[in-house]
Structure formats: C-alpha cells, structure tokens
Design a binder for this molecule. Structure first.
Ligand code: DNO
Length: 405
C-alpha cells in the first residue's frame, strides 16, 4: 500500500514540509490552474514535480505519483461538435505526465457538478466539524432557489413540503451559502464554478442526455484514451459520482457495482480502472464496500479511504465520519486491498501497490480556526491516515506471521 496525501499546490495551507511529517510517501495533485480542455505542458509538469520532490538531502523524499484529476471538458461529456480536440488535449496531458513518470490518473465523468455537500461546517458531538450532505437542504436548493422544472416523480409531495419548510427556515445568508456550495463547487472539483443563471444553462445542455447517452460518451472518450494509456503503462482510475445517484435531473453513471460491470464489459483494457472512493460509494446503502473491494480488486489503482454515517431516517443524507467509525467496515475494505496486493505480487503484476489516501478529514483542534480547503484539513487528515496506517500495519503483520507458519 502506498500512502499518499492530496496537495493543492503552493497556496495549500498544508505545506509539503508539513505533509512530510505525516509519514506518507506519495503526493496526489494536479495542475489546478490549467482550465479543462487545455494541454498540461511538459515544462509545467516538470516545474510542479520539482516543487513537490526537490528537498534538502537528509529529508524524507516525497514523490508525485498520482494525478487527481485531469478534468474532462463538459463538451466531451456532451459529445458536442469539436469535442475531439479536448480529448486529444487530455491524451497529450497524459502523455506528458507519463514522460515525467506519473502514471496513475484519477478523473471523473460527472456532468456540471463534481462532489457536492450542503454543509461545510457540521458540528459533531465531540466538537470537531465535518462535511455533510443533507437531502432536504439539497431539495430546498433545487426546488426553491434554483427553481428547476422537475419531472414527475422526482420528488414526492411530502419531500416538496419538507424542502419548503427547510427553505423557509433559512436566512438569506444561509441560502447564499448553500447556493455557493453547490454551484461554485468544492476543492479539487473538476467542473467550472457558475452563477445561478449559467448553472441553469449548463443543466439545460443536458436535457436530452440520459444515462445511456452519457455512458456512450464516456465509452467514446475511453476508446480514444485507453490504447495510449495501455501503451504508456498508465492506469486510469475513474472516481465515482459523489453523492452516487442522479441529481438535479442529471444522469450519474459511476455509482454502483453494476455501473462498474457495465464499464468493464465495454472496455476490458487493464488500464481501465477505478478510484475506490470508499466514502462516496458507501453513501448509498446498497453498495457493499468490502465486497466491491474484492470484486473489483484488479481494477483498483487508487483508493480514498474514509466513510460516512447515513441518517437513520433518510439514507440519502450523511456526514463524513471518522475513518474507522463509519457505516462501513473499513478494516475489511483494507484487508481486501491487502489481499489484492498479495495476489498481484504472486502474478508478477506491473503495479502491485495500491495508492491510498485518507481522503477528507474532520476539522479539529488547530484546524478549526484556520481557513483551509473544506475536507482537506491538516490535523483531521493526519488522524485519518494514522488510523488507517495502524490497520494496515496490524493486518500486514498478521498476514506475515500466517505466511511464516
Ligand atoms: C473530493 C474528491 C473529488 C475528486 C474528483 C475526482 O474530495 O474526491 O474532488 O477529486 O471528483 O475527479
């Protein structure tokens, strides 16, 4: 297992020297300033890599090994005329990254919105803060702020009433904050930020795109990208749609084990893989995470280890829980990933190690008064990686002693 940490670049309040202290070995990052659809120039990649990797002799080295993410331009998701140029730019960025030895690439195919939460400072009983997705608040945004024309059956009458009640109880400032959280996006997002009118226009572009059409566009993108990825030894790792279900009338197509079966039936290439984002997949109750980790083991090139706690009475609402105390059995997920690495080693696989990162962390202690990237706190993530590391070490030691007897 290779422990990694996401870094947002020189403006990230958690610095490379601080990350070094956590004991991780790998950095996950991206050239965040380059707009979707443009090539990442070789020189810029080299410069960024040296920001991460150059250090005084004697310091523990860090390596930029995972890209999260090269954004996919909306025109590619929509298969708009001329989108092939953006696909070519994506392939060129991948070639340039591979030339610098960076060969694990996370990406996603979420239309218009990337990962989405309604509350960025949700107080837990222990006083730490977490991120939360509240279905009623989201519906309040959709129905009473965005005022989208919803189709029959999208909301029940009771859900509309609940959303109205939530909306009416909100102050103007709450409404603005909710709107920004959803339309302007969260750190690391791979879509643009929009004002409300542009946001409506973007949603409207997708009115004729259902799940089948969006899948076709993803598969066309992969037909262009995978042969080059294979030739370069690059592993692609698609990130699931977060939360993993249709939203705002948009289709979302990487949400469940069935979606992944469809993806791999269409494109069996060994370069076609996934980011097992445990928190995302587990925010719906019908995803069995340890089972998915086993089923898709050979396809897992990268994993985000965190979990959520879903509301008992509304399973679509959740908050991000401590790494080992969520609704899923993190120990069993990690065990499945370690078993997969053992299998790869026995098969002399070209990539034995799975890159993992603690993903988000709580905001706690000194994090609380700092302005940082929501979800990407220093101390909260350090706690997450330390907990996960403990599980990895304990399970690995048990495997070693079993192998020795
Ligand atoms: C949230 C992340 C996402 C993810 C992109 C992947 O913290 O998991 O921002 O990086 O959706 O393309």
């Amino acid at each position: 297992m290779r422990e990694s940490w996401r870094w947002f670049g020189p403006s990230d309040p958690v610095t490379i020297d601080e990350i070094r202290q956590t004991g991780v070995t790998d950095i996950v990052s991206a050239l965040h300033d380059i707009p979707a659809g443009e090539v990442w120039p070789l020189e810029s990649i080299r410069r960024y890599k040296s920001l991460i990797e150059d250090c005084d002799p004697g310091l523990s080295p860090l390596k930029w090994t995972v890209v999260e993410s090269i954004p996919v331009h909306e025109d590619v998701k929509l298969a708009q005329p001329g989108h092939e140029e953006y696909v070519q730019a994506w392939v060129q960025s991948m070639e340039n990254l591979a030339a610098c030895g960076i060969k694990t690439i996370c990406y996603n195919f979420m239309p218009v919105i990337d990962w989405t939460r309604t509350d960025l400072k949700y107080k837990l009983p222990n006083g730490a803060y977490s991120l939360r997705f509240d279905q009623k608040k989201f519906a309040a945004f959709d129905l009473f702020i965005l005022k989208r024309e919803v189709s029959d059956g999208e909301y029940t009458a009771a859900e509309v009433d609940d959303a109205r009640e939530v909306f009416e109880a909100m102050s103007e400032a709450d409404r603005t904050e909710l709107t920004n959280n959803i339309t302007a996006g969260l750190p690391g997002k791979m879509t643009d930020s929009y004002g409300l009118d542009d946001f409506r226009a973007m949603l409207n572009n997708y009115r004729d795109i259902d799940a089948a059409a969006l899948r076709e566009n993803l598969f066309a993108f992969l037909s262009a990208v995978l042969p080059r990825a294979e030739a370069l030894g690059v592993k692609l790792a698609i990130h699931p749609d977060d939360p993993p279900r249709d939203m705002l009338g948009l289709p979302r197509i990487i949400c469940t084990a069935d979606d992944l079966d469809i993806l791999f039936d269409a494109h069996p290439s060994p370069s076609n893989g996934i980011t097992l984002c445990v928190g995302t997949y587990s925010s719906r109750p019908d995803n069995d995470l340890p089972a998915m980790a086993r089923q898709f083991g050979p396809r897992i090139h990268f994993s985000h280890l965190r979990g959520v706690s879903r509301d008992a009475d509304e399973q679509r609402s959740f908050y991000e829980a401590s790494h080992l105390d969520s609704d899923i059995d993190m120990v069993q997920v990690i065990k499945a990933l370690l078993d997969e690495e053992t299998r790869r080693a026995a098969n002399n696989s070209d990539q034995v190690d799975i890159f993992i990162r603690p993903d988000h962390g709580l905001q706690m202690m000194d994090d609380i008064d700092k302005t940082g990237n929501p979800g990407y706190s220093g101390i909260g993530r350090l706690k997450g990686v330390a907990e996960v590391r403990g599980v990895i070490r304990a399970l690995s030691a048990m495997n070693d002693s079993r192998a020795a007897t």
